[in-house]
Structures are given as structure tokens and as C-alpha cells.
Design a protein around this ligand. Structure first.
Ligand code: NAD
Ligand code: MN
Length: 495
């Protein structure tokens, strides 16, 4: 019998009142149940929100540098456990160990950044219009934050949300994806060990429509931060709008790498292999479109086909694997359906295109790294997020067409251009419609101390990461101090 894990509410570990459990399985060996997690519902959310509201009264008064000291402990504990955390993450969602170690490292970096932010949380002071008066502003905590996360970065994304939210003085309720509850469990164990007061950090496991929705609808929740699909993001935004919650949405992407005629092709090849097939293409910033100048199109696609057919697909725990499994049956079905769509639209399938289901592959959800060439911007293959190991290649005649074709897309998360021409590089940085542009690097590789997020349908304008996310989790209080000892009317007595 697999181990049963518990919710964490008001400083106590407890099962769900439903008495039901859901299985967390390993996508490389579907028979392996990694753990059983409580199937919670609105009862647990009500309890967690009540606890968080009480805890907020005290937590908001703890000095930010002191809150920062707890973040430092969280980071230190993650450093100690990095290898175990990475192994469990690979077991529950599949990506190769080099990448799950990177995912944990991103959590560690975020914790240490949060620790130092405790000594900043800067706000502005400004002169007054009037004599004997000063104007100050403070960054105030907001209240209770509901944090809803996807399965593809089970440590980094919960850390991106929870650490800044806590540092700013908010209390949190974490709702991890049902495919990857174990990594978030480990994170909350670390929070508990670091010594956060009870009710400040809460964890409620369960499905999106039960637990996630209960958070979104609860009047005691002030903030929702959601990372996931655009479809669910839109629903959440509409519901949360009804109660004027502050909402951050990080949604889908359809990221492109551009390769110009003057690019270092070997470098561009390393970039696209990493960008398109790292995390089995299941990254919000994955390279899904490759836009290539006609002068190097034939040569570059030939290099690409050869390299992609050599990628080794396998269990992420095996150091020889380059590409792990797809996360579950439903993602396999999505990937397969896009291969059929691509063929029907007239794109040319040049590598992969099929599930791997012989030998040990039979035990999990493996898909051959796939490339389509002759893809045109009108095709669904070019326009829609697939979230799997499928790359589309499109030919363009010049730089201007590359930019136009790139921007012909509803999403705008990450983008990349390979060129040695500094003028083109800066024009691309200005004109590519995306929240992130890489010059001579792959579409993936965000660092935790820089703003992260997308334009257009990728989100609603907020950013994770860096200083920007601390703006999201705090709000300004403006304070005027008048020491004139007599009534001074702004806009009147001074004119
Ligand atoms: P998903 O939208 O299915 O689920 C995300 C989370 O929302 C899960 O915890 C889920 O349980 C919860 N949820 C589902 N329905 C809900 C509802 N009605 N109310 C409240 N919560 C609900 O996404 P996923 O399949 O886990 O992740 C893949 C998607 O996430 C992709 O579209 C990808 O692009 C996106 N993503 C975006 C970023 C980014 O930063 N932009 C990062 C990672 C993933
Ligand atoms: Mn799993």
C-alpha cells in the first residue's frame, strides 16, 4: 500500500473529511503509485481560510527582515535535501534528473532572494506640496492568498508564488496539481520545519473544480495566483472579478525561436534541441515554433532532423535519458491528436510522430521527439499550444517576415533570435511580442530575480519573479504627516 500524505491546515497534518484519496503515479512506470493524497473539498478550504485569516492578524506585524530569516531557513533546508527532492519530482512527473535538480535550485534561489527582500521592500517618500508636511508610502500585506499551481514545475512555481507572498506578510493556501502533489508536500514540510507560525502556511490537496474553485470563490481569499492553462485562467479571472480579488494569471504559450541567415547554426541547434525537447516540450516557455531564414532553411532542418533522431527517450531517473515521458494519458492523447492535425493540414512530418510503446516504454507514456517542416502560420500546428515534444518549422524570406510571422499568434510568453547582427538583435528585442526575448539563447532559461510572464493571452499583465512579483503581493499605503499645527488645504492654500 502506497504511503498516505495529509493536508496541512492551521499547523496540523490531517486527512480530508471525505475520507477519500487520489493516486499520484509515475509517468515512466504507471504501475508505481508514488503516494496517496487527500481528496479535499470546500470544507477543507473553509477551514484553511479561517485559520489563515486569524494568523494574518499577527503575521502582518512581524518585521519583514524577520520574515526574511525564515525564508533563509527554507532555502537552507532545500539545499540539504536537493537530491531527494529532485528524485521524488522525477518519480512523480517524469522529467530528467538534471532538470528536476534545476527546478529545486530555482526554488532555492527564490528563497534566498526572498530572504534579502525582507531588508528592502522599498517604497517611495516624496516632498509635499505644502510646508511642514511630509509624504510617505508603505508596502502593506494584503491578506490571504490562494496559490494554484500546475504540474510541470512542481517546486519552482509553488516557490515563485509562496515565498514572495509570505515575505510581504500574507498568509497562503497552496493547491498543487493532482499529478504532482508530492513535491509541494515536501515544500510544506520544509515550511513547517522552518518554524512559520500556525495558519500562515496551509496546504490543501485535491482537484481543480473542487479545491481550486473553492479558493477562487471564497470571500475570505484576497489574492489568487494561478499558473496553468488559458482555458481555466479565463474562468478564474471571471469568477474572481466578481469579488474584486487581485488575480495573477500565467497561462499558455507558443514560443518561437528565430534563426537568421547569419546565425551560428551549431549554437542555434543546441538552443532549439534544449528549448523544444527539454521537459519533453512540457514547459510554458518551450520552443514550439522554429522560424528559419530561407538561406539556411535546408541546411538547418537537415542538422535538426539528424540531432532529433539521436535524442534518447527514457526514464528521467536514468542519466542516459535526454527526454523523459509525457506526464499522463491525456497529454499523450493531445500530442497524438496534433500529429494527426498537422498531417491533415499538409505539414511534413520528418521525425517522430508516434508513441513509443515497445519494451519498457510500455510501462509509461513515452512519445518520440517530433518535427514537422513546411508549416505555415495559418495551420493549427503553428497557432495552438500542444505542450509536448512537437516542433513546427516555418521558412521566412527575411528579418521583417520573421517578426511578422512570430507575432501572428495569440500568445506571447518567450521568444528567441539567433543572429550576429546587433541591429537586428535590438530590433527583435523591441518588436517581438513576448514577455521575454533571448538573444542567441533558447526560449527557456528564466532566472528567478528577473520578471517572468507574458503578453497577449499568456496572462493578465502581472509578473512572477524578481522585484515585480513583490508589487503583486503587496499594496501601497500612503501616509501624509502634517506638522504645521494649523489646517493646510492641498491644492487651495498653496495657490
Ligand atoms: P490546468 O489549467 O489544467 O491546471 C492548473 C491548476 O489549476 C491545477 O492545480 C488544477 O487542479 C487547477 N484547476 C483546474 N481547474 C480549475 C478550476 N476550475 N478552478 C480552479 N483551479 C482549477 O493546467 P496544467 O495542465 O496543470 O498545466 C499546463 C498548462 O499550464 C499549460 O497550458 C501551460 O502553458 C501552462 N503553464 C503556464 C506557465 C506560465 O508561467 N505561463 C507555467 C507552467 C505552465
Ligand atoms: Mn504524478
Amino acid at each position: 500500500m502506497a504511503k498516505k500524505y495529509l493536508n496541512y491546515i492551521n499547523g496540523e497534518w490531517k486527512p480530508a473529511s471525505s475520507g477519500e484519496w487520489s493516486e499520484n503515479r509515475n509517468p515512466a512506470h504507471w504501475n508505481e503509485v508514488v503516494g496517496l493524497f487527500p481528496k479535499s473539498g470546500s470544507a477543507e478550504i473553509n477551514e484553511a481560510v479561517a485559520a489563515a485569516r486569524v494568523a494574518f492578524k499577527e503575521w502582518r506585524l512581524v518585521p519583514a527582515p524577520e520574515r526574511g530569516n525564515l525564508m533563509k531557513k527554507v532555502g537552507d533546508l532545500m539545499v540539504e535535501r536537493k537530491e531527494d527532492l529532485a528524485r521524488d519530482m522525477t518519480r512523480e512527473m517524469g522529467k530528467v534528473m538534471a532538470e528536476t535538480r534545476g527546478d529545486v535550485q530555482e526554488g532555492i534561489d527564490t528563497a534566498f532572494y526572498a530572504a534579502t527582500e525582507g531588508r528592502r521592500l522599498f517604497s517611495n517618500t516624496s516632498p509635499s506640496e505644502l510646508r511642514n508636511k511630509v509624504n510617505l508610502s508603505f508596502r502593506m500585506p494584503i491578506g490571504v492568498a490562494g496559490l494554484i499551481t500546475p504540474w510541470n514545475f512542481p517546486m519552482a512555481i509553488p516557490c515563485w508564488k509562496s515565498l514572495p507572498a509570505l515575505l510581504c506578510g500574507n498568509c497562503i493556501i497552496l493547491k498543487p496539481a493532482t499529478d504532482t502533489p508530492l513535491t509541494t508536500q515536501h515544500l510544506v514540510e520544509i515550511f513547517a520545519e522552518a518554524g512559520f507560525p500556525k495558519g500562515v502556511v496551509n496546504l490543501v490537496h485535491g482537484g481543480g473544480s473542487a479545491v481550486g474553485n473553492a479558493l477562487v470563490e471564497h470571500p475570505g481569499v484576497d489574492i489568487i495566483s494561478f499558473t496553468g492553462s488559458s482555458e481555466i485562467g479565463k474562468q478564474i479571472n471571471a469568477k474572481a472579478g466578481a469579488s474584486l480579488k487581485r488575480v495573477s494569471l500565467e497561462l499558455g504559450g507558443k514560443n518561437a525561436q528565430i534563426v537568421m541567415d547569419d546565425a551560428d547554426l551549431a549554437l542555434a541547434l543546441d538552443g532549439v534541441l534544449w528549448g523544444a525537447f527539454g521537459t519533453t516540450g512540457q514547459r510554458c516557455t518551450a520552443t514550439s515554433r522554429l522560424i528559419v531564414h530561407k538561406a539556411v532553411y535546408d541546411q538547418f532542418t537537415e542538422m535538426l532532423i539528424e540531432a532529433v533522431s539521436k535524442l534518447k527517450v527514457g526514464d528521467g531517473l536514468d542519466p542516459a535519458s535526454n527526454v523523459g515521458p509525457v506526464v499522463n494519458q491525456s497529454q499523450i492523447d493531445t500530442v497524438k491528436s496534433y500529429v494527426e492535425i498537422g498531417k491533415a493540414e499538409g505539414a511534413r512530418l520528418v521525425v517522430g510522430g508516434h508513441q513509443l510503446d515497445k519494451g519498457t516504454y510500455k510501462e509509461g507514456f513515452f512519445f518520440a521527439p517530433t518535427v514537422f517542416t513546411d508549416v505555415t502560420p495559418k495551420m493549427r500546428l503553428f497557432q495552438e499550444e500542444i505542450f509536448g515534444p512537437v516542433l513546427s518549422v516555418t521558412k521566412v524570406k527575411d528579418f521583417d517576415e520573421a517578426i511578422t510571422v512570430h507575432n501572428d499568434c495569440i500568445y506571447g510568453l518567450s521568444s528567441s533570435i539567433y543572429t550576429k547582427d546587433v541591429n537586428r538583435a535590438f530590433r527583435a528585442a523591441r518588436d517581438l511580442e513576448a514577455g521575454i526575448t533571448y538573444i542567441n539563447a533558447a526560449t527557456i532559461g528564466a532566472e528567478c530575480h528577473m520578471p517572468f510572464g507574458g503578453v497577449k493571452q499568456t496572462g493578465n499583465g502581472h509578473r512572477e519573479g524578481g522585484w515585480a512579483v513583490y508589487e503583486f503581493y503587496s499594496e501601497y499605503k500612503t501616509v501624509y504627516i502634517d506638522f504645521a499645527g494649523k489646517l493646510q488645504r492641498a491644492q487651495i492654500d498653496n495657490y
